[in-house]
Design a protein around this ligand. Structure first.
Ligand SMILES: [Zn+2]
Length: 122
């Protein structure tokens, strides 16, 4: 049983302003964006939870604890492919109108990310 989760659902609800994803690393916008994202991650996931790292290097393929994910987001930046996913789930007025309930499962899994490991069992 993997505790690993994709944070993409979070990202969709968190990022009202996701322009920071394409800003230069270590620019204020980038730092603030990462900080904002991590704040939500820390609120939603357990202390020791691991999530799929959405940085440009890991591209949601690598499971890391939150501290490392944070590091990666600072160092590598958020994968810009995220903007596409987000656009496609767009209806974000104010943050978190969670029509997608507060449950972890709903938040954790988005699209195919995170489900790959279980597919072969069928
Ligand atoms: Zn990473």
């Amino acid at each position: 049983m993997s505790p690993c989760r994709a944070a993409s659902g979070l990202l969709q609800s968190v990022l009202m302003d996701r322009s920071w994803i394409n800003t230069r690393l270590f620019s204020k916008a980038h730092l603030d964006g990462v900080s904002e994202f991590m704040k939500f991650v820390f609120e939603r996931f357990d202390e020791n939870a691991e999530i799929l790292c959405p940085c440009r290097k890991c591209l949601n393929q690598v499971c890391l604890d939150k501290g490392h994910v944070e590091d990666h987001l600072y160092i590598h930046g958020m994968a810009s492919t995220y903007t596409r996913w987000i656009n496609h789930g767009e209806p974000l007025e104010g943050i978190i109108t969670e029509n997608r309930s507060h449950s972890d499962e709903q938040l954790g899994f988005n699209d195919d990310v995170g489900l790959n490991q279980d597919v072969e069992d069928a």
